[in-house]
Design a protein around this ligand. Structure first.
Ligand code: ADP
Length: 672
């Protein structure tokens, strides 16, 4: 026979598929991660650039507005200086005058310097305030262009004062008229510097640096830091970094990631110029903590997603394998069924196989019959999953010695079976055990029957010999007793004489009856089989026995199922059933008696069941012996004659009983 080939996914294929799936998932997760990282950077860059752009604008504005303020201040000071110069050339200048002008215009100092650089007049007296102080620098140097006549006015701007701390904003004009020298005016610039600080770039940088996420904001030129905010400890000089140099030289913006002491930083560098003049570069450093946190979150999500996907893939592959195994098993089973099915099904023996895992792999039709169980409810299951009584019987079969004969109580009552167990190599599943179970019940019953028959025949022959020998003397005794009664009358004790002669006659007759029974048993009349309608036959038996039972207050139930007519000796079977029913009645004090007839595979099965005292185990075989009786007036001939009648019909007689619960006698008459 050609076996169907099965194409199956091998474990190696499954592993490759699973690995490929995992790789695809991991790669896609990494790509996804990169993309998200890039998007995050792009976003951050965009934001950073627009911030830098705004900062650039504001710084330009700040620088330009401070310049404007300084210009306005300078102009005011120059106007005052020209006014003083006019008073000076008119020779009307006094210290008091200067003090008045200074007070009215919030001018800190007004000094009239001669062309040697010496102060000739001022709003304050130097000796009082500056006595003993070191002059920080000579005004001659600063005022040189005026003193030498090359300039009419000079914007000196912010300077440190000659004697004191702080800053001064200074302008000077040339003296006109006869006197030479300069008129120098200065303002206390501390307030101005304060203004610069509060609205100036320094403030802007500081504010920027205080922002969450911004590590530093720095304005820097080649000389060093011009203004800064945040943590500027990590700032490198322009000269030390080629990218910074590049940005300082070209009008451009660049971004980069640098690693500092506190971790990675995202830095934006912008070329910085005001009013077309390059001042240096502007650097804004952003913390990457946020990005890292987002990245970690995404990574975690990716890992979880990958794991979930992997688990799903694994489950899918596992279920495919399970399905495949199931189908393969099904196919194997079908193939087995096809190949061995016919042979096994036709076998008259029960064949059962179990694998190394105690799973039932084979259960043929005969096994179904023996256990009265469908094969499909058993095949594929482990023995301990099946349930009693089948599991118990399978256990008994597979633990029995090879060739042993055991008694099974499952499915079809008590069965005597011989068991042959063999073991074969089952490959992956372990050793396969196969049990061939032969049902020996019928053989055992027949054997018992034979033994019984032989015993009965021997006993019957003996009985018939004895009966024959005693029949003639018995007849003579009976006839003499009759004559004594009829022909003689004694003179004395006639009454007693008659009573004794009567007993002699009746006992002789009873004995004769027994002898007749012996003889009938020993030489049974020939069988007169005929087709008997079952129901009328049962009605007849019931009518003969019913009144007797009713007298004792016991009900007789008659049931009939199956055959309508059967071939047997009507007279003899009636006799046999009456014997069984009589025994049942004798054994029953209260309860019921049932006569049940049904057609089975073996033939017509007639069962007489009672709910009487039952038969002790040790008597079960003896009761079929001739003369075995437990009754006071019993003969011990009833069951032997039933047995004889059944045997003449080639049938079987069986008894089952439980002490105290009753007994059941079953006659099986085969067909024909
Ligand atoms: P007898 O009825 O004369 O005793 P049998 O051969 O009919 O002779 O029966 C033999 C013995 O078998 C009986 O004495 C009784 O002990 C036992 N016996 C027969 N039938 C039953 C029954 N239905 N229940 C209990 N014991 C029974």
């Amino acid at each position: 026979m050609q076996l169907p080939t099965t194409r199956a996914i091998r474990p190696a294929h499954i592993i490759i598929i699973a690995v490929l799936l995992a790789v695809v998932m991991v790669v896609s997760a990494v790509i996804e991660l990169r993309q998200s990282r890039n998007e995050l950077f792009h976003l951050m860059r965009e934001e950073a650039l627009s911030l830098v752009e705004t900062v650039d604008q504001s710084s330009n504005n700040i620088i330009l507005s401070t310049e404007k303020i300084e210009e306005a201040l300078a102009e005011r000071l120059f106007n005052n200086a020209y006014f003083i110069a006019r008073l000076d050339s008119a020779g009307r200048l006094t210290q008091r005058e200067l003090q008045a002008i200074a007070a009215a215009n919030s001018i800190f100092r007004i000094n009239i310097i001669d062309n040697t650089g010496r102060k000739v007049l001022g709003n304050t007296l130097p000796d009082r305030e500056h006595r003993g102080m070191q002059e920080q620098r000579s005004p001659r140097e600063t005022l040189q262009p005026i003193l030498e006549g090359t300039a009419d006015k000079l914007l000196i701007g912010l300077r440190e004062p000659r004697f004191q701390e702080g800053k001064r904003f200074i302008v000077a004009v040339r003296r006109t008229g006869k006197a030479h020298g300069a008129i120098v005016l200065n303002l206390n610039a501390d307030a101005m510097l304060e203004l610069r600080k509060t609205i100036g770039i320094g403030k802007l940088m500081k504010d920027l640096g205080d922002n969450e996420g911004v590590v530093y904001a720095v304005l820097q030129d080649k000389e060093g830091i011009l203004a800064a905010g945040g943590k500027v400890t990590e700032i490198s000089a322009i000269g030390a970094d080629s990218l910074l140099q590049y940005c300082a030289e070209r009008d451009t913006v660049v971004t980069r990631i640098i690693s500092g002491k506190t971790g990675e930083l995202f830095e934006v560098i912008r070329h910085f110029k005001v009013g077309g003049v390059t001042l240096g570069i502007f650097r804004l450093g952003f913390s990457m903590d946020e990005i890292h946190a987002t990245e970690e979150r995404m990574q975690r999500r990716m890992i979880i997603m990958t794991l979930v996907l992997f688990a799903i893939a694994f489950l899918a592959v596992a279920s495919v394998v399970a399905m495949q195994n199931y189908t393969r098993l099904g196919k194997k089973y079908t193939v087995m069924q096809t190949m061995t099915g016919n042979i096994l099904e036709r076998m008259s023996d029960t064949v059962i196989s179990i694998d190394g895992g105690q799973h039932v792999t084979l259960f043929n039709r005969e096994a179904e019959r023996l256990f009265d169980t469908e094969g499909q409810t058993v095949v594929g299951k482990r023995i301990d999953e099946i349930g009693d009584p089948v599991a118990r019987c399978l256990g008994e079969i597979f633990t029995a010695k090879d060739g042993a004969e055991i008694e099974l109580h499952c499915g079809r009552g008590t069965r005597y079976v011989s068991v042959a167990v063999s073991e074969s190599d089952g490959g992956e599943g372990g050793a396969i055990k196969t049990a061939v179970v032969r049902d020996m019940t019928d053989t055992r019953i027949l054997e018992k029957e034979m033994v019984r028959r032989e015993k009965l025949t021997a006993m019957g022959e003996l009985a018939s010999g004895v009966a024959h020998e005693i029949r003639n003397p018995l007849n003579a005794i009976a006839m003499i007793a009759q004559r004594f009664l009829r022909e003689f009358t004694p003179r004395k004790g006639a009454k007693e004489y008659r009573m004794l002669a009567g007993v002699l006659q009746s006992e002789a007759q009873r004995m004769n009856g027994i002898v007749q029974q012996f003889l009938r048993f020993a030489r049974p009349p020939g069988l007169r089989k005929e087709i008997v309608p079952v129901q009328p036959f049962l009605d007849h038996v019931s009518s003969l026995f019913g009144p007797q039972a009713a007298e004792k207050g016991i009900a007789l139930t008659v049931t009939h199922d199956g055959a309508t007519a059967w071939s047997f000796d009507r007279e003899q079977l009636t006799q046999a059933l009456l014997n069984l029913l009589q025994n049942a009645l004798d054994a029953t004090e209260r309860g019921s008696i049932e006569l049940a007839v049904r057609e089975t595979d073996s033939g017509l099965t007639v069962t007489v069941t009672d709910s009487g005292v039952g038969i002790p185990e040790e008597d079960k075989e003896k009761i079929f012996n001739l003369y075995f009786t437990t009754k006071q007036h019993g003969t011990g001939l009833g069951l032997p004659s039933v047995h004889q009648i059944v045997a003449q019909h080639d049938g079987t007689l069986e008894v089952s009983s439980e002490i105290g619960k009753g007994a059941a006698f079953t006659i099986v008459l085969p067909k024909g």
